[in-house]
Write a protein that binds this ligand. Structure first.
Ligand code: NAG
Ligand code: NAG
Ligand code: NAG
Ligand code: NAG
Ligand code: NAG
Ligand code: NAG
Ligand code: CU
Length: 414
């Protein structure tokens, strides 16, 4: 199969604006998953994801056929679409190429001016700065999924355009290693991993403290099997420059609201407890079965300040450590990007089940507003709202990124 680059697809899209105006031929996908008994959640999840992949490729084919009949040229087809793959299913050479591209990004100069962030030292840090600056307006908000889709794409594009990477952003299939993520190809510390776990230090897990006014007792989450510095694999002794914003156990808050220079070693606390509790096969199957975006996001992101933190939070805390345990600075751990690759994969698959509806629907429920969980009450998020990448890359609008097979995109997940 000849695979054109995403950049080529974007150019074709620009040359063929008529094609983009074509009516959507996508129909809801008939899915047959048994309710209740989820003993075979893994098999059902694998069945469902395979069916979705097949459906998307077929619908690209039928769109292409219809457009060609009218003398139009489609931009994204089953032949030029590119695929993001699971980290552990990449060959060792492909994993190494990815790792080396991330290291390259960490060695390129920052574009962020010092008067915006005196701590940003690399292109990699540009992404961390953008996330720190916008944390409070891109989580539990209507733009959460689109914003992070464009964030991951911009990172992938930087790896490709600035660091010569020829692959695509890999993802972390959360349930796949849930019983021992520290031994997974992502964290086993071999030369093809994203670095090992932190060194084992006896400790308690993170505590979620509800803010004044929200009420409720602090929630103790389980610890991982690391806790200290990462000393093995490609990111052993990696220096974290930015954050943490609010401070972490054993690490005081960094200067300038996390944007100042605060060099320190990368720490992790990877382990099975968070992963099995919050991101198992039942979780991902249930997620794909959710009937609307409100329900989807309540499972995916959980209910703030309750023990149900969802796979989004559950996997952030499966990485944990510093900066992984700090919501603001979390993109400063290279593992953030495979986690958010999976976040985007789940949303992409869920959207593909009923694309006409789910590629436009984003602002329902408490998480559909421009303020964090609509507190204080605010306007609904709109498709025309801007996604600002700061110095990480170009900005766009939410409407541009609602489908991964149109507009600037032509990618899907295997
Ligand atoms: C998966 O799909 C196959 C073939 O369609 C079917 O025979 C099997 O029962 C399915 N398994 C589950 C757990 O749904
Ligand atoms: C799409 O069409 C191509 C030929 O143009 C074919 O090889 C491929 O199998 C089709 N894919 C699907 C999923 O139907
Ligand atoms: C940073 O400095 C540049 C040029 O020196 C200036 O144009 C810009 O407004 C400054 N930005 C901030 C946030 O102070
Ligand atoms: C990491 O730092 C420690 C302590 O400075 C040192 O002993 C170790 O060799 C370093 N490891 C790597 C892979 O650079
Ligand atoms: C699997 O995840 C769900 C949350 O999605 C949780 O309720 C359940 O307890 C988890 N299963 C195990 C074995 O921890
Ligand atoms: C979403 O689905 C739930 C469960 O079926 C339902 O109670 C709720 O009304 C739906 N919300 C919207 C906005 O459609
Ligand atoms: Cu985020």
């Amino acid at each position: 199969m000849k695979v054109a680059s995403i950049a080529t697809a974007a150019v074709l899209a620009a040359l063929a604006p008529v094609a983009l105006a074509a009516p959507s031929p996508l129909q809801p996908l008939p899915i047959h998953v048994r309710d209740g008994d989820v003993d075979d959640a893994q098999a059902q999840y694998n069945n469902l994801t395979a069916a979705i992949q097949q459906q998307v490729l077929q619908s690209l084919n039928s769109t292409e056929a219809k457009l060609r009949k009218r003398g139009q040229t489609p931009s994204c087809t089953a032949r030029n679409i590119v695929f993001r793959r699971e980290y552990g299913s990449l060959s060792q050479a492909d994993r190494l190429a990815y790792v080396n591209a991330v290291k390259c990004l960490q060695n390129l100069p920052a574009r962020t001016p010092a008067n915006v962030s005196s701590g940003a030292r690399s292109r990699f840090d540009d992404f961390v700065v953008t996330h720190i600056q916008q944390t409070l307006t891109i989580h539990y908000t209507g733009n959460f999924m689109p914003w992070h889709r464009w964030f991951v794409y911009t990172y992938e594009k930087a790896l490709r355009d600035e660091c010569g990477y020829t692959g695509y952003q890999p993802y972390w299939d959360w349930p796949r290693y849930a019983s021992a993520p520290q031994n997974s190809p992502i964290f086993n510390g071999d030369p093809y991993s994203l670095g090992g776990n932190g060194e084992y230090i006896p400790h308690d897990g993170p505590v979620i403290t509800p803010p004044a006014g929200v009420g409720g007792d602090p929630i103790q989450l389980p610890a991982g099997v690391g806790g200290g510095y990462v000393t093995t694999g490609p990111f052993a002794n990696m220096t974290v420059n930015l954050g943490p914003v609010g401070g972490l156990v054993g690490t005081a808050a960094g200067p300038d609201g996390g944007l100042g220079y605060n060099p320190r070693g990368l720490k992790r606390d990877v382990g099975p407890a968070m992963n099995t509790r919050y991101a198992n096969y039942t979780t991902v199957l249930n997620l794909l079965m959710k009937p609307n975006i409100t329900e989807y996001r309540l499972l995916s992101e959980g209910v703030p300040y309750t023990v149900e933190i969802g796979p989004h939070g559950g996997i952030h805390y499966t990485i944990s450590g510093d900066p992984g345990g700090d919501l603001f600075t979390s993109p400063g751990d290279p593992a953030f990007w495979v986690h958010h690759g999976m976040m985007d994969r789940m949303w992409t698959y869920w959207q593909a089940i009923d694309p006409a509806k789910r590629q436009t629907d984003l602002n329902a429920g408490t998480y559909g507003h421009v303020t964090w969980a609509n507190d204080p009450p605010s306007a609904l998020t709109q498709l025309t709202d801007v996604i600002d990448m700061g110095y990480a890359g170009p900005s766009t609008t939410i409407g541009e990124v609602m489908s991964t097979t149109s507009g600037p995109f032509c990618y899907f997940y295997l």
